[in-house]
Design a binder for this molecule. Structure first.
Ligand SMILES: [Zn+2]
Length: 352
Protein backbone atom coordinates (compact mmCIF):
# COMPACT_ATOMS: atom_id res chain seq x y z
CA UNK A 1 0.00 0.00 0.00
CA UNK A 2 1.34 3.39 -0.96
CA UNK A 3 0.66 5.37 2.21
CA UNK A 4 1.74 8.61 0.55
CA UNK A 5 -1.00 8.19 -2.03
CA UNK A 6 -3.47 7.34 0.72
CA UNK A 7 -2.63 10.55 2.55
CA UNK A 8 -3.05 12.59 -0.57
CA UNK A 9 -6.41 10.99 -1.22
CA UNK A 10 -7.59 11.86 2.24
CA UNK A 11 -6.37 15.42 2.00
CA UNK A 12 -8.70 15.59 -0.98
CA UNK A 13 -9.06 19.06 -2.31
CA UNK A 14 -5.89 20.52 -0.86
CA UNK A 15 -2.75 21.22 -2.86
CA UNK A 16 -3.21 17.97 -4.78
CA UNK A 17 -6.53 18.79 -6.35
CA UNK A 18 -5.12 19.47 -9.82
CA UNK A 19 -3.09 16.29 -10.06
CA UNK A 20 -4.19 13.56 -12.42
CA UNK A 21 -4.84 10.91 -9.77
CA UNK A 22 -7.07 13.34 -7.90
CA UNK A 23 -9.03 14.23 -11.04
CA UNK A 24 -9.55 10.53 -11.80
CA UNK A 25 -10.98 9.85 -8.34
CA UNK A 26 -13.25 12.91 -8.54
CA UNK A 27 -14.54 11.74 -11.94
CA UNK A 28 -15.20 8.27 -10.63
CA UNK A 29 -16.60 9.00 -7.19
CA UNK A 30 -17.79 12.60 -7.35
CA UNK A 31 -16.62 15.62 -5.43
CA UNK A 32 -19.06 15.85 -2.55
CA UNK A 33 -17.29 15.35 0.77
CA UNK A 34 -18.93 12.09 1.82
CA UNK A 35 -18.83 10.51 -1.65
CA UNK A 36 -15.16 9.68 -1.09
CA UNK A 37 -15.73 7.55 1.95
CA UNK A 38 -15.31 3.84 1.36
CA UNK A 39 -18.60 3.07 3.06
CA UNK A 40 -20.42 5.50 0.78
CA UNK A 41 -19.09 4.10 -2.48
CA UNK A 42 -21.96 2.24 -4.09
CA UNK A 43 -20.34 1.48 -7.41
CA UNK A 44 -18.11 -1.58 -7.89
CA UNK A 45 -14.61 -0.99 -6.62
CA UNK A 46 -13.17 -1.32 -10.12
CA UNK A 47 -9.48 -1.59 -9.33
CA UNK A 48 -7.49 -3.14 -6.53
CA UNK A 49 -5.98 0.28 -5.86
CA UNK A 50 -9.28 1.59 -4.50
CA UNK A 51 -9.70 -1.51 -2.32
CA UNK A 52 -6.24 -0.95 -0.85
CA UNK A 53 -6.99 2.70 -0.18
CA UNK A 54 -10.35 1.91 1.37
CA UNK A 55 -8.87 -0.78 3.60
CA UNK A 56 -6.37 1.66 5.12
CA UNK A 57 -8.41 4.84 5.21
CA UNK A 58 -9.02 4.41 8.95
CA UNK A 59 -5.35 5.24 9.60
CA UNK A 60 -5.90 8.70 8.22
CA UNK A 61 -9.25 9.27 9.94
CA UNK A 62 -7.86 8.19 13.30
CA UNK A 63 -4.72 10.29 13.20
CA UNK A 64 -5.97 13.52 11.74
CA UNK A 65 -8.47 16.24 12.54
CA UNK A 66 -10.15 18.83 10.40
CA UNK A 67 -9.48 22.54 10.59
CA UNK A 68 -12.60 24.34 9.43
CA UNK A 69 -11.95 26.92 6.73
CA UNK A 70 -14.41 27.45 3.95
CA UNK A 71 -16.44 24.45 5.15
CA UNK A 72 -17.34 23.10 1.71
CA UNK A 73 -14.97 20.14 1.82
CA UNK A 74 -15.95 18.87 5.25
CA UNK A 75 -18.84 16.45 5.54
CA UNK A 76 -21.11 17.49 8.39
CA UNK A 77 -21.98 13.90 9.36
CA UNK A 78 -18.96 11.91 8.16
CA UNK A 79 -15.93 13.98 9.08
CA UNK A 80 -14.54 14.48 12.58
CA UNK A 81 -14.61 18.27 12.76
CA UNK A 82 -15.73 18.69 16.39
CA UNK A 83 -15.06 16.40 19.34
CA UNK A 84 -13.46 13.00 18.75
CA UNK A 85 -16.04 11.13 16.74
CA UNK A 86 -18.10 11.49 13.61
CA UNK A 87 -21.53 12.98 14.28
CA UNK A 88 -22.99 10.09 12.28
CA UNK A 89 -21.71 7.70 14.96
CA UNK A 90 -22.45 9.93 17.96
CA UNK A 91 -26.03 10.69 16.93
CA UNK A 92 -27.19 7.71 14.81
CA UNK A 93 -30.92 8.35 15.33
CA UNK A 94 -30.64 11.96 14.14
CA UNK A 95 -28.42 10.92 11.23
CA UNK A 96 -31.13 8.46 10.19
CA UNK A 97 -33.73 11.24 10.12
CA UNK A 98 -31.46 13.78 8.43
CA UNK A 99 -32.37 14.85 4.92
CA UNK A 100 -28.87 16.21 4.41
CA UNK A 101 -26.78 13.08 4.93
CA UNK A 102 -24.16 13.95 2.31
CA UNK A 103 -24.07 17.69 2.73
CA UNK A 104 -21.00 19.69 3.58
CA UNK A 105 -20.63 21.69 6.76
CA UNK A 106 -20.96 24.94 4.82
CA UNK A 107 -24.28 23.85 3.27
CA UNK A 108 -25.79 23.35 6.70
CA UNK A 109 -24.97 26.85 7.86
CA UNK A 110 -27.36 29.69 6.98
CA UNK A 111 -25.50 32.95 6.70
CA UNK A 112 -28.66 35.01 6.26
CA UNK A 113 -30.26 36.49 8.22
CA UNK A 114 -27.24 37.38 10.30
CA UNK A 115 -25.96 36.01 12.70
CA UNK A 116 -25.30 32.60 11.05
CA UNK A 117 -27.42 29.68 12.25
CA UNK A 118 -27.73 25.95 11.64
CA UNK A 119 -29.96 24.82 8.81
CA UNK A 120 -30.64 21.21 9.83
CA UNK A 121 -33.54 19.47 8.08
CA UNK A 122 -35.01 16.19 9.30
CA UNK A 123 -37.46 13.91 7.53
CA UNK A 124 -39.95 13.95 10.36
CA UNK A 125 -40.85 15.94 13.41
CA UNK A 126 -38.51 15.23 16.30
CA UNK A 127 -40.27 14.51 19.55
CA UNK A 128 -39.62 13.25 23.07
CA UNK A 129 -36.20 11.57 23.35
CA UNK A 130 -35.24 12.96 19.95
CA UNK A 131 -35.41 16.47 21.38
CA UNK A 132 -32.85 15.46 24.01
CA UNK A 133 -30.57 14.08 21.28
CA UNK A 134 -31.01 17.25 19.28
CA UNK A 135 -30.06 19.32 22.33
CA UNK A 136 -26.97 17.11 22.78
CA UNK A 137 -26.09 17.56 19.11
CA UNK A 138 -26.36 21.34 19.42
CA UNK A 139 -24.22 21.21 22.52
CA UNK A 140 -21.55 19.28 20.59
CA UNK A 141 -21.52 21.43 17.47
CA UNK A 142 -22.22 24.70 19.26
CA UNK A 143 -25.47 26.67 19.18
CA UNK A 144 -23.66 29.15 16.95
CA UNK A 145 -22.01 27.55 13.87
CA UNK A 146 -18.24 27.85 13.41
CA UNK A 147 -17.07 30.94 11.61
CA UNK A 148 -16.33 30.04 7.98
CA UNK A 149 -13.49 31.72 6.16
CA UNK A 150 -12.11 31.83 2.64
CA UNK A 151 -9.23 29.53 3.57
CA UNK A 152 -9.39 25.91 2.32
CA UNK A 153 -10.48 23.27 4.81
CA UNK A 154 -7.50 21.22 5.86
CA UNK A 155 -6.48 18.24 7.89
CA UNK A 156 -3.95 18.45 10.66
CA UNK A 157 -1.79 15.35 11.14
CA UNK A 158 -1.72 14.41 14.82
CA UNK A 159 1.47 12.34 14.57
CA UNK A 160 3.68 15.23 13.46
CA UNK A 161 4.45 18.22 15.70
CA UNK A 162 3.81 20.64 12.83
CA UNK A 163 0.54 18.97 11.80
CA UNK A 164 1.86 17.99 8.36
CA UNK A 165 1.52 14.45 7.12
CA UNK A 166 4.72 12.45 6.76
CA UNK A 167 5.22 8.86 5.71
CA UNK A 168 7.86 8.53 8.45
CA UNK A 169 5.49 9.43 11.31
CA UNK A 170 2.85 7.06 9.91
CA UNK A 171 5.36 4.24 9.55
CA UNK A 172 6.61 4.79 13.12
CA UNK A 173 3.10 4.85 14.48
CA UNK A 174 2.26 1.57 12.71
CA UNK A 175 5.54 -0.02 13.80
CA UNK A 176 5.24 1.07 17.44
CA UNK A 177 1.55 1.45 18.19
CA UNK A 178 0.69 3.34 21.38
CA UNK A 179 -0.03 1.15 24.37
CA UNK A 180 -3.59 2.39 24.36
CA UNK A 181 -5.65 4.97 22.58
CA UNK A 182 -7.58 7.79 24.13
CA UNK A 183 -10.54 6.29 26.03
CA UNK A 184 -13.20 7.79 23.79
CA UNK A 185 -15.93 5.31 24.71
CA UNK A 186 -15.52 5.98 28.40
CA UNK A 187 -15.46 9.77 28.10
CA UNK A 188 -18.38 10.23 25.71
CA UNK A 189 -21.03 8.35 27.67
CA UNK A 190 -24.48 8.92 26.19
CA UNK A 191 -26.14 8.68 29.61
CA UNK A 192 -24.11 11.55 31.03
CA UNK A 193 -24.99 15.19 30.21
CA UNK A 194 -22.69 16.36 27.39
CA UNK A 195 -21.31 19.30 29.36
CA UNK A 196 -20.03 16.87 32.01
CA UNK A 197 -18.56 14.54 29.34
CA UNK A 198 -16.88 17.61 27.89
CA UNK A 199 -15.49 18.51 31.31
CA UNK A 200 -14.04 15.00 31.84
CA UNK A 201 -12.65 14.98 28.30
CA UNK A 202 -10.95 18.33 29.01
CA UNK A 203 -9.64 17.01 32.34
CA UNK A 204 -8.14 13.97 30.57
CA UNK A 205 -6.26 16.39 28.32
CA UNK A 206 -5.28 18.67 31.26
CA UNK A 207 -7.29 21.48 29.70
CA UNK A 208 -9.69 22.41 32.50
CA UNK A 209 -9.01 25.92 33.85
CA UNK A 210 -7.11 24.92 36.98
CA UNK A 211 -4.55 27.40 38.29
CA UNK A 212 -1.58 25.67 36.63
CA UNK A 213 -3.32 25.89 33.23
CA UNK A 214 -4.29 29.54 33.77
CA UNK A 215 -0.70 30.36 34.67
CA UNK A 216 0.50 28.67 31.48
CA UNK A 217 -1.88 30.98 29.63
CA UNK A 218 -0.19 33.97 31.19
CA UNK A 219 -2.38 34.75 34.21
CA UNK A 220 -0.37 35.89 37.18
CA UNK A 221 -1.99 34.15 40.16
CA UNK A 222 -0.50 32.18 43.05
CA UNK A 223 -0.81 28.44 42.53
CA UNK A 224 -2.52 26.96 45.56
CA UNK A 225 -5.21 24.26 45.57
CA UNK A 226 -8.61 25.64 46.66
CA UNK A 227 -9.49 22.37 48.36
CA UNK A 228 -6.47 21.59 50.52
CA UNK A 229 -4.61 24.91 50.47
CA UNK A 230 -1.28 23.09 50.33
CA UNK A 231 -0.37 21.83 46.87
CA UNK A 232 -0.31 23.30 43.40
CA UNK A 233 -3.62 23.00 41.62
CA UNK A 234 -3.60 20.78 38.52
CA UNK A 235 -6.34 18.61 37.03
CA UNK A 236 -4.91 15.39 38.46
CA UNK A 237 -4.24 16.91 41.88
CA UNK A 238 -7.64 18.56 42.17
CA UNK A 239 -9.69 15.62 40.92
CA UNK A 240 -7.64 12.67 42.20
CA UNK A 241 -4.71 13.28 44.54
CA UNK A 242 -5.79 16.16 46.77
CA UNK A 243 -6.51 14.95 50.30
CA UNK A 244 -9.98 16.47 50.04
CA UNK A 245 -10.79 14.74 46.73
CA UNK A 246 -9.35 11.46 48.00
CA UNK A 247 -11.77 11.61 50.89
CA UNK A 248 -14.69 12.04 48.48
CA UNK A 249 -13.46 9.09 46.38
CA UNK A 250 -13.07 6.98 49.51
CA UNK A 251 -16.60 7.77 50.62
CA UNK A 252 -17.92 6.57 47.25
CA UNK A 253 -15.69 3.61 46.34
CA UNK A 254 -17.10 0.32 47.64
CA UNK A 255 -15.22 -0.73 50.75
CA UNK A 256 -15.61 -4.47 50.87
CA UNK A 257 -12.71 -6.21 49.17
CA UNK A 258 -11.29 -3.04 47.64
CA UNK A 259 -7.85 -1.59 47.81
CA UNK A 260 -7.81 1.42 45.54
CA UNK A 261 -4.62 2.86 44.10
CA UNK A 262 -5.17 6.23 42.44
CA UNK A 263 -3.98 6.38 38.84
CA UNK A 264 -1.56 9.15 38.06
CA UNK A 265 -3.86 11.06 35.73
CA UNK A 266 -7.52 11.54 34.92
CA UNK A 267 -6.90 9.75 31.64
CA UNK A 268 -5.52 6.85 33.69
CA UNK A 269 -8.85 6.64 35.53
CA UNK A 270 -10.67 6.67 32.21
CA UNK A 271 -8.51 3.81 30.92
CA UNK A 272 -8.81 1.60 33.96
CA UNK A 273 -12.31 2.26 35.29
CA UNK A 274 -14.28 -0.22 33.21
CA UNK A 275 -11.91 -3.05 34.21
CA UNK A 276 -12.74 -2.47 37.88
CA UNK A 277 -16.51 -2.95 37.60
CA UNK A 278 -17.77 -4.75 40.70
CA UNK A 279 -20.71 -7.10 41.06
CA UNK A 280 -24.09 -6.20 42.48
CA UNK A 281 -26.97 -3.99 41.46
CA UNK A 282 -24.71 -0.93 41.54
CA UNK A 283 -22.83 -2.26 38.51
CA UNK A 284 -25.16 -0.34 36.20
CA UNK A 285 -24.14 3.04 37.53
CA UNK A 286 -20.47 2.11 37.88
CA UNK A 287 -19.42 3.86 34.64
CA UNK A 288 -21.06 7.08 35.90
CA UNK A 289 -19.13 7.29 39.18
CA UNK A 290 -15.93 9.07 38.03
CA UNK A 291 -18.05 11.63 36.18
CA UNK A 292 -20.17 12.37 39.26
CA UNK A 293 -17.18 12.59 41.60
CA UNK A 294 -15.05 14.77 39.34
CA UNK A 295 -17.91 17.06 38.41
CA UNK A 296 -19.06 17.50 42.04
CA UNK A 297 -15.46 18.13 43.13
CA UNK A 298 -15.08 20.73 40.40
CA UNK A 299 -18.30 22.50 41.51
CA UNK A 300 -17.03 22.48 45.08
CA UNK A 301 -13.73 23.97 43.94
CA UNK A 302 -15.57 26.72 42.04
CA UNK A 303 -17.86 27.44 44.98
CA UNK A 304 -14.81 27.96 47.15
CA UNK A 305 -13.02 30.02 44.51
CA UNK A 306 -15.87 32.30 43.50
CA UNK A 307 -18.53 32.20 46.25
CA UNK A 308 -16.39 31.56 49.30
CA UNK A 309 -18.67 28.67 50.25
CA UNK A 310 -17.17 25.37 51.45
CA UNK A 311 -18.73 21.95 51.97
CA UNK A 312 -17.32 18.92 53.72
CA UNK A 313 -16.29 15.84 51.68
CA UNK A 314 -19.27 14.01 53.19
CA UNK A 315 -21.71 16.58 51.81
CA UNK A 316 -20.02 16.43 48.40
CA UNK A 317 -20.31 12.64 48.46
CA UNK A 318 -24.08 13.04 48.94
CA UNK A 319 -24.15 15.38 45.94
CA UNK A 320 -22.33 12.64 44.02
CA UNK A 321 -24.94 10.06 44.99
CA UNK A 322 -27.79 12.41 44.05
CA UNK A 323 -26.23 12.86 40.60
CA UNK A 324 -25.76 9.11 40.20
CA UNK A 325 -29.39 8.57 41.18
CA UNK A 326 -30.69 11.04 38.60
CA UNK A 327 -28.52 9.57 35.83
CA UNK A 328 -29.51 6.01 36.86
CA UNK A 329 -33.21 6.91 36.73
CA UNK A 330 -32.82 8.53 33.33
CA UNK A 331 -30.76 5.69 31.85
CA UNK A 332 -32.44 2.53 33.15
CA UNK A 333 -36.16 1.82 33.48
CA UNK A 334 -35.52 -0.80 36.15
CA UNK A 335 -33.29 1.41 38.28
CA UNK A 336 -35.59 1.77 41.28
CA UNK A 337 -33.34 3.05 44.03
CA UNK A 338 -34.09 6.10 46.15
CA UNK A 339 -31.63 8.60 47.53
CA UNK A 340 -31.88 7.15 51.05
CA UNK A 341 -30.82 3.73 49.63
CA UNK A 342 -27.78 5.29 48.10
CA UNK A 343 -26.90 7.28 51.21
CA UNK A 344 -27.43 4.63 53.87
CA UNK A 345 -26.91 1.33 51.99
CA UNK A 346 -24.33 2.38 49.43
CA UNK A 347 -21.90 -0.52 49.92
CA UNK A 348 -24.69 -3.10 49.65
CA UNK A 349 -25.17 -2.03 46.02
CA UNK A 350 -21.80 -3.51 45.15
CA UNK A 351 -22.08 -6.87 46.95
CA UNK A 352 -22.34 -9.93 44.68
ZN1 LIG B 1 -5.44 20.01 47.07
Amino acid sequence: MNSSLLAKWCWRFGSEKDQLWCQVIILKYGNTPSSWYPEQVKTPHGTSLWKSIAAHAHIIFKNSAFKVGVGTNISFWFDVWCGHARLKDSFPSLYKLSRQKKESLATLISLQPSPPSWNLIFSERIEDTGIGHLADLLFSIGAVPPLLSTVDDSRSWKLSPNGTFSVKSTYESLSHPAVSDFPVKFVWNRHIPPKICFFVWSACLNKIPTIDTLRKRGMCIPNCCYLCGRNNESASHLLLHCNYSKEVWNLILPHSGWSWVFPESVEGVAHSWSFLAPHGTGRKIWPFIPFAIMWSTWLERNNRAFNNIAKSPLKVSIDVKALLLSWGWAAFIDFRFRLDHLIFSWDSLFLP
